[in-house]
Design a protein around this ligand. Structure first.
Ligand code: WQD
Length: 325
């Protein structure tokens, strides 16, 4: 299929592009390089430098004719979304509606959307399945949930079929070592662990050590970005073959604590990675992990690279070049 990947120069986007190409799809990347990186664009891909807030950019892109598209062009900093919701309204909501309207205009009626575990809010039970109540605790999560609803309406009215893929904690890097672009100013745990390993940070702050978990630190469901990317390819095939829309949670059902991740990183990198116990971060649930039974049943998807050692070692492969010690 001819596939447009919007946000294809980003961290997850570049991995999606790679897996799409491996599956034989012809991929065009659309990105404004605000957080995406030129070095993440493969030479074999057509690249459109465009902005989702400029409807004409999208109109011209979709006019090239695509069988489906992947939308990953969103802001994703939870804390920032609570300080500056306007940014998230404009980029995530208005930007997505611009994309969907351009797609409909040009009859591109298959949409794969990067949704998030953030739509669920505080877990009412674990593991989180697709039917779990949706009560986002931050504005970022709210934007993702709204977009899922827009897609449902466009499905009903315009026959736009979609897959909403709710990522849990995306982590890791291309196991082949081809994708190496580092996110600027990363907020997430594993990149910060790596920044500490190479000396870019003096120490890692562990946010909360008195949770009701096996070692007192939060449990999360870390899922390898290549596993996420594979799910996009499988979801596109699935909605195309079956002419249906789906909403799927993508996780491993295996939770890892903050301390376990740090320990694995110390072992794999051989670096001391100083860490200090710090206060809880507002809004962090003690444990969060998903069941991906539905993704397995419908798509035949199972994580292949999401064990802790592969998550850490593939990330270290990218960061170790920065090591000054
Ligand atoms: C993981 C754990 C922190 C940094 C976020 C979004 C979620 C989804 C994934 C996009 C937590 C702890 C972190 C640090 C720490 N995003 N931590 N020290 O918050 O689980 O999920 O990213 O859709 O919606 O909320 O991920 O990587 O920020 O944190 O101790 O310096 O690591 O408290 O327990 P989170 P994270």
């Amino acid at each position: 299929m001819k596939v447009l990947v919007i946000g294809g120069a980003g961290y997850i986007g570049s991995h999606v592009v790679k897996e799409m190409m491996k599956a034989g799809h012809q991929v065009t990347v659309f990105d404004n390089l605000s957080s995406g990186l030129r070095e993440n664009i493969f030479p074999e891909n057509e690249f459109i430098y465009g902005n989702i807030l400029i409807p004409n950019d999208l109109d011209e892109a979709f006019a090239r004719g695509f069988d489906g598209f992947v939308h990953l062009a969103a802001f994703k900093a939870v804390g920032e979304s609570m300080e500056h919701p306007e940014k998230y309204s404009v980029n995530n909501i208005t930007g997505t509606l611009n994309i969907m309207n351009a797609a409909v205009k040009h009859n591109c009626l298959r949409m794969i959307f990067s949704s998030s575990a953030a739509i669920f809010g505080m877990p009412a039970y674990l593991p989180i399945d697709e039917d779990h109540p949706k009560n986002p605790m931050n504005y970022y999560g709210f934007t993702k949930l709204e977009i899922e609803e827009f897609m449902e309406w466009y499905d009903r009215i315009k026959n736009m079929r979609f897959a909403a893929l709710r990522y849990f904690n995306a982590a890791g890097y291309d196991p082949d070592g081809q994708i190496k672009g580092l996110e600027r100013n990363p907020q997430n745990l594993l990149p910060r662990v790596m920044e500490t390993a190479v000396g870019m940070r003096k120490q890692l702050c562990v946010f909360g050590t008195d949770y009701e978990t096996r070692d007192g630190t939060c449990i999360r469901d870390y899922i390898h970005v290549t596993d996420l990317a594979r799910a996009h390819v499988m979801a596109l095939d699935y909605i195309a073959k079956n002419d249906v829309s789906v909403k799927l949670n993508l996780g491993t059902e295996k939770g890892t604590t903050v301390k376990e991740l740090i320990e694995a990183a110390r072992r794999i990198t051989g670096k001391p990675i100083p860490a200090k116990d710090d206060a809880r971060r507002a809004g962090d649930p003690a444990s969060l992990y998903a069941t991906s039974k539905k993704a397995k049943e419908l798509l035949g998807w199972e994580p292949q690279f999401s064990d802790v050692d592969t998550l850490v070692s593939t990330t270290w492969n990218v960061y170790k070049g920065l090591d000054k010690s």
